[in-house]
Write a protein that binds this ligand. Structure first.
Ligand code: ZN
Length: 205
């Protein structure tokens, strides 16, 4: 692309770094911002900067949070004996939207993927094992994507947790193989949590 302005080119280059955004879309977004009032654009960039500078990870569940302990972990009405293990904050949001789950979460921060060089130590797995040991947790529910990485991660987690006293279950996979959790509709996801099955049982099928 030939730009008439270096400033324009720089801004487009930044937007084009975003996932799923090509040069053309980046240009469209930048030109859109350029048509906005200055205070609107300042609010936009300030929101991004503030997000990046002030965001925290909950010290209990590792979910993205505005404070040291996230709202879900801090809520009194939550069932603390139930922990749902998810890949990232998008999955927490998807499950919260189902209104079918009243337990707490554990956010792994990714899935085990040897191809991408992501091993157990890169995720919050030790922290989960510690929580299971220390907390009043009775059941751990795996709600991970039905992909190779999801299955590998569940297999590894099961190995680490199977000697503890907790019940280990996995969400019913009404989800097609290769299905990403965040794209599943709320009704299906809600049902798959309420009809979860013991992990050992899911293996033998
Ligand atoms: Zn939390």
């Amino acid at each position: 692309m030939n730009f008439s302005s270096k400033l324009l080119e720089n801004a487009v280059a930044e937007f084009a770094k975003l996932p799923g955004v090509g040069q053309k879309t980046a240009l469209r977004l930048v030109l859109h911002l350029l048509n906005q009032d200055k205070p609107d654009v300042e609010r936009f960039s300030a929101a991004m900067t503030k997000l990046r500078n002030e965001i925290q990870h909950c010290e209990v569940c590792h979910n993205i949070s505005d404070s040291k302990v996230c709202e879900i972990c801090a809520a009194h009405k939550r069932d603390r004996t139930l922990v749902c293990v998810v890949e990232d904050t998008r999955d927490v949001m998807a499950i919260e939207n189902t209104n079918q789950y009243n337990g707490i979460y554990h956010v792994l921060g990714g899935l085990i993927s040897p191809m991408d060089g992501i091993g157990p130590a890169d995720l919050t797995i030790d922290s989960l094992v510690e929580r299971v040991k220390a907390d009043e947790i009775k059941e751990v529910i795996f709600a991970l994507s039905a992909t190779m990485e999801g299955d590998t991660t569940i297999f590894y987690l099961h190995k680490r947790l199977k000697d503890s006293a907790v019940t280990i279950s996995t969400i019913a996979r009404g989800i097609a193989f290769g299905g990403e959790l965040e794209y599943v509709d709320e009704i299906t996801l809600g049902r798959s949590i309420t009809t979860r099955v013991p992990y050992e049982h899911s293996l033998s099928r």
